[in-house]
Design a protein around this ligand. Structure first.
Ligand SMILES: [Zn+2]
Length: 141
C-alpha cells in the first residue's frame, strides 16, 4: 500500500467515524496556537487537543511572520462572518521546541557538519528577516 493509499484510507475512517458536523468553526477553547511544522511537535499531540478545541497555524520555526499575521487576520474575518469574535478572553500560544531545524539555518557552520557542502557554500550569509509590519487587515483590539 502506498503512502497516499494509507492516508486516503485514514481520511475515510476519520470522515466516517470521528468527524462531527456539529463542531463550530470557532475553537471551543478560544485558543490559537502558532507552532512549528516539525512532525515531532504536533500541537494536537502535545496538548492532547480534540477536534474543534483550538486553531493551529504551523510554519517553519513557529514564527510570527507577515504571512502568519495575515492568516490570523483572515481567521478573525472568518470568525466575524460566522458570528464570532477573536479577541479578549482568547489565548495565543506561540509554541517553540528544542532541536528546531530553523536554528540550523541561523548558524551556517552547524549545517556544514551534517552536509558535504564546502565552506564557501556554507558561508553564504542567511538573509536578514523581513521586519514585521502591521497588517492592514488587523484592527487594534
Ligand atoms: Zn521546529
Amino acid at each position: 500500500m502506498t503512502v497516499i493509499e494509507t492516508l486516503t484510507q485514514r481520511n475515510e475512517a476519520f470522515a466516517s467515524s470521528r468527524f462531527s458536523a456539529d463542531l463550530k468553526i470557532m475553537p471551543s477553547m478560544k485558543t490559537m496556537i502558532i507552532g512549528c511544522v516539525d512532525p515531532r511537535v504536533d500541537p494536537v499531540d502535545i496538548f492532547g487537543l480534540l477536534p474543534g478545541e483550538a486553531a493551529v497555524i504551523r510554519n517553519l520555526g513557529g514564527r510570527i511572520t507577515p504571512a502568519t499575521l495575515q492568516t490570523m487576520a483572515m481567521l478573525r474575518i472568518v470568525a466575524k462572518a460566522s458570528g464570532g469574535e477573536i479577541g479578549l478572553g482568547w489565548n495565543l500560544i506561540v509554541l517553540h521546541h528544542n532541536d528546531c531545524g530553523i536554528t540550523r539555518l541561523a548558524h551556517p557552520r552547524s549545517c556544514s557538519r551534517s552536509t558535504s557542502a564546502s565552506p564557501r557554500q556554507t558561508s553564504t550569509p542567511w538573509p536578514s528577516p523581513t521586519p514585521i509590519r502591521p497588517s492592514p487587515l488587523m484592527s487594534p483590539p
